[in-house]
Design a protein around this ligand. Structure first.
Ligand SMILES: Nc1ncnc2c1ncn2[C@@H]1O[C@H](COP(=O)(O)OP(=O)(O)OP(=O)(O)O)[C@@H](O)[C@H]1O
Ligand SMILES: [Mg+2]
Length: 549
């Protein structure tokens, strides 16, 4: 009997499909949604870096065996690595021409940011030197190296993010650097040494220098992240079964941080908040993908990309159209531009608000992409209900402004009106909501996937950093929690448990009102009004179709 196949290389979609019996849903089950869509993008000729996928079956076997790789899996992974070495013309661990890879989670159903990913695997003290010779760009290479040590340290070795963030903030302050991009090559080299020291001191061993060891440990970490707390919290909220497992995607690294002709971004083919038919997204020049999705840097709107990287921009716009027609649904995509060349790293059906779900479903019928029956299927009863939820009254907002109760504004990441008491961390927010029955607004500098339990318990969310495509915003929209992100005037003092903006101080436990539709935040409780059904044209159209069928 042939050995069981645990690993599929980028051009083996047909084999995977045959193995599961041909249904796309089962392909997604085997390869995970992220993996399956990478294969599909490759198949239809889009620029995807060479990759392979370790199946969800391997993950389940690994977890069932008490965290041991099933027989043959690791050998197959190493074989597949050779194939992507051939395709990319680089060699893993070879200082003269090193291949770097990412190790990415990806379950059947997308769980934005809930599991782990490690970028830049394959860098070590030797390959760093080789990369510098090849790229003549030491700044980029050390930036990638410090990122690897940081991600590896937190994801694989289980160190808290602060173990790296604090020394990094201190270092930046010491160097007088405001943004990460102000750090020089020398600075970043120093920073990677500081990070290595963090690993040594906190773990009692050195950051692993052997690329193969890095790959093995990262693969295991991604398998294990299926059972991480935030992944479990999310699955419960979304009714996703616990026994699906995650696939692991090993993807040749492409670099958005190679200089100012490189960048990275996230975009939706339509506005996920309003449903408007216009590409909506964020990007950053000279950065790696996690800077955008984690919401740790304030991004630029995608339209601006046309000025800086016109060719890649136009190509990307064409791909948006193509992918939407292909999947017949709004897509949420990740891309990276390396020295002007565009690479696609992910596509999935985009999470959206209730309002956007209705508008997109109706518009797509008019555009001939889907039929009426399909449109009705795409809107849940819960979403219809959400559209009839109370909104802030415009007159009430004007009055509050006059009374000096306007606090701050940010990006309107998830619409709806939320009134509640302010709490500054996810655990307290959850406790106050669950045990005390309070209406809670969770306020954070930025939210991390670890905060998902607080986000679910909150009536509303406010962050001072991050953009509308950050995972915080995606999760808020999906669960219909009103959310304002990137309210940059807000300074949060986690020690004093208070925040300030425009000279106004709000202490923990005080009431605020968050308008996720306009991005505004007010002090105290604003009045609410119930929206009128007869004003919601798209919803009426959809309800009428439902009656007719
Ligand atoms: N090979 C690669 N080259 C460049 N960037 C990459 C590569 N692999 C992943 N990235 C980027 O790193 C970031 C994190 O990756 P990934 O998509 O695996 O996880 P995530 O976006 O945090 O969560 P999700 O599982 O919801 O997609 C993304 O911005 C992605 O585009
Ligand atoms: Mg992603």
């Amino acid at each position: 009997m042939a050995e069981k196949k645990w690993v599929y290389v980028f051009n083996e979609l047909d084999q995977a499909s045959k193995y599961v019996g041909g249904a796309w849903d089962d392909v997604r089950g085997l390869l995970g949604g992220k993996g399956a869509n990478l294969f599909e993008m490759y198949r239809i000729g889009l620029p995807v870096p060479p990759f392979f996928t370790v199946t969800t079956e391997a993950c389940n076997a690994y977890l069932a065996a008490g965290e041991k790789f099933p027989e043959g899996m690791w050998e197959q992974e190493l074989e597949a690595l050779k194939k992507i070495e051939e395709a990319s013309g680089k060699k893993f661990g070879d200082p003269s021409n090193p291949l770097l890879v990412s190790c990415r989670s990806g379950a059947k159903f997308s769980m934005p940011g809930m599991m782990d990913t490690v970028l830049n695997i394959g860098l070590n003290d030797q390959t760093v030197e080789g990369m510098i010779k090849l790229t003549e760009n030491p700044r980029f290479v050390y930036d990638s190296y410090r990122r690897l040590i940081m991600m590896f340290g937190s994801v694989v070795l289980g160190l808290p993010d602060e173990a790296f963030e604090e020394p990094m903030d201190e270092f930046k302050a010491h160097k007088g650097a405001k943004a990460d991009t102000d750090l020089t090559a020398e600075d970043l080299k120093e920073l990677s040494e500081i990070f290595k020291k963090v690993v040594r001191e906190q773990k009692g061993f050195d950051f692993p220098q052997d690329p193969i060891e890095q790959l093995r440990l990262a693969t295991e970490a991604v398998f294990k992240s299926w059972n991480g707390k935030r992944a479990r919290d999310y699955r419960r909220a979304e009714n996703i079964p616990d026994n699906l497992g995650t696939a692991v995607n090993i993807v040749t690294m492409v670099f958005g941080n190679m200089g100012w002709d490189s960048g990275t971004g996230v975009a939706f083919t339509r506005n996920p908040s309003t449903g408007e038919r216009k590409v909506y997204g964020d990007y950053l020049l000279n950065a790696q993908g996690e800077d955008v999705v984690a919401g740790i840097r304030n991004t630029e709107p995608i339209e601006k990309m046309v000025e800086k990287l016109p060719e890649a921009y136009h190509q990307f716009m064409q791909i948006c159209e193509l992918l939407e027609k292909h999947y017949k649904d709004m897509q949420d995509m990740e891309f990276t531009i390396e020295r002007g060349k565009l690479w696609m790293l992910q596509t999935r059906n985009g999470k959206r608000t209730a309002r956007a779900a209705v508008k997109i479903a109706v518009d797509m019928v008019h555009e001939g992409l889907i039929d009426r029956k399909e449109a009705i299927k795409r809107v849940t009863p819960k979403q219809v209900d959400a559209l009839l939820h109370p909104q802030f009254d415009e007159e009430g907002k004007k009055k509050a402004k006059k009374e000096g109760r306007f606090f701050a504004s940010g990006v309107n990441a998830s619409p709806g009106a939320a009134v509640g008491r302010v709490y500054f961390d996810a655990d307290t927010a959850e406790r106050m909501a669950k045990e005390e029955g309070q209406d809670v607004i969770m306020v954070r500098p930025f939210t991390k996937p670890d905060d998902v339990h607080g986000m679910l318990a909150a009536k509303g969310i406010l962050t001072s950093e991050g953009g509308a495509t950050s995972h915080a915003a995606v999760v808020a929209r999906q669960f219909g929690v009103p959310c304002v992100v990137g309210a940059s005037a807000v300074r949060i003092n986690l020690e004093k448990r208070e925040m300030t903006a425009n000279g106004i101080v709000v202490k923990e436990g005080e009431w605020i009102s968050v308008d996720g539709g306009s991005g505004e935040v007010y002090l105290g409780k604003l009045d609410l009004t119930v929206p009128k059904l007869e004003e919601q044209k798209d919803l009426l159209t959809l309800l009428q179709w439902a009656d007719e069928i």
